[in-house]
Design a protein around this ligand. Structure first.
Ligand SMILES: Nc1ncnc2c1ncn2[C@@H]1O[C@H](COP(=O)(O)OP(=O)(O)OP(=O)(O)O)[C@@H](O)[C@H]1O
Ligand SMILES: [Mg+2]
Length: 268
């Protein structure tokens, strides 16, 4: 479509060779419209982070095509911001200095970058914690710092790799609300990797279900629930139907993943 900001066509990625060869992605194709919120869900090891690394220009060799605004991705791209799966705040920098970091790297003058950083710190709800170090924050607050840091340089496409994966369910739901609030303000294109079906349904315009290795797209489900949405929506019957539909698609894949790890345990 003409308004697609991101277009992924037939992406295949194999790691290693011979006995250690792993096909992480197999002919993955996906188009994302500007401003859309798309979640990727699939069993562990199905290639979700690999796909993000390819979109973010961090894996240079792969088969297929990734286009941003119709242009092939060639290395890290200013339009793409990634919040990584692992905790990625710098422990030696305060919240403010963490968020300022990418702006500093782009050579933005001090006063301007601090003002910008403060704006995004407010947006993620961390006002008052500018001078705290990551060790003085909770896990959820550290993840919000990482989100603010990526938002600060205003990438047009945000890739969020399980940003709330390690958090408890209540915190995760509330941060989901926060993320929706930010998304509706900034109107960026969001791609979110999650293992949490409720989170995927609450946040997304579309949920993409992937298969267990090699990662392929099993099905895309459009979530036709009204917006604005908040976590209260999870009590609605329609919400439950989407969760059930996605779980039915995922169950086989999750079972295959579990069998494979049991087999590996038996061999070792
Ligand atoms: N740099 C690498 N070198 C070799 N193999 C890799 C590399 N990165 C990923 N893989 C393999 O590719 C497959 C997909 O990994 P990936 O990290 O993309 O999965 P994932 O879907 O993000 O999993 P999870 O949900 O556990 O984060 C795995 O089998 C993994 O071992
Ligand atoms: Mg991953």
């Amino acid at each position: 479509m003409a308004s697609d900001i991101l277009s992924i066509a037939g992406v295949t990625k194999t790691f290693g060779s011979g006995a250690t060869e792993v096909r992480a992605l197999d002919k993955v194709s996906l188009s994302v419209a500007s401003g859309e919120f798309v979640s990727l869900i699939g069993p562990s090891g199905c290639g979700k982070s690999t796909l993000f690394n390819i979109i973010g220009g961090l894996i240079p060799s792969f088969d297929g095509k990734v286009l941003i605004d119709g242009r092939p991705v060639d290395g890290a791209h200013r339009d793409v911001g990634v919040v990584f799966q692992e905790e990625s705040t710098f422990p030696w920098r305060t919240t403010l200095d963490n968020v300022v970091f990418p702006l500093e790297a782009h050579g933005m003058p001090k006063a301007e970058r601090e003002e910008r950083a403060r704006h995004f710190i407010r947006l993620v709800g961390l006002e008052g914690f500018e001078r705290h170090y990551p060790a003085q924050l909770s896990g959820g607050m550290r993840q919000r710092t990482a989100v603010a840091r990526t938002l600060a340089y205003e990438p047009r496409i945000m890739l969020l790799d399980e940003p709330f994966g390690a958090l408890d369910e209540q915190t995760r739901l509330l941060l989901g609300d926060k993320l929706l609030e930010i998304w509706s303000t900034l109107k960026q294109t969001m791609l979110l990797i999650t293992h949490n079906i409720t989170e995927a349904v609450q946040l997304s315009d579309r949920v993409v279900v992937m298969t267990f290795r090699p990662g392929r797209i099993k099905q895309e489900i459009r979530i036709d629930l009204p917006r604005p949405r908040s976590s209260e929506l999870i009590a609605a019957a329609e919400f439950g139907r989407y969760v059930g539909e996605i779980w039915n698609l995922l169950r086989d894949e999750a079972t295959r993943g579990m069998r494979e790890s049991e087999r590996r345990l038996a061999v070792n």
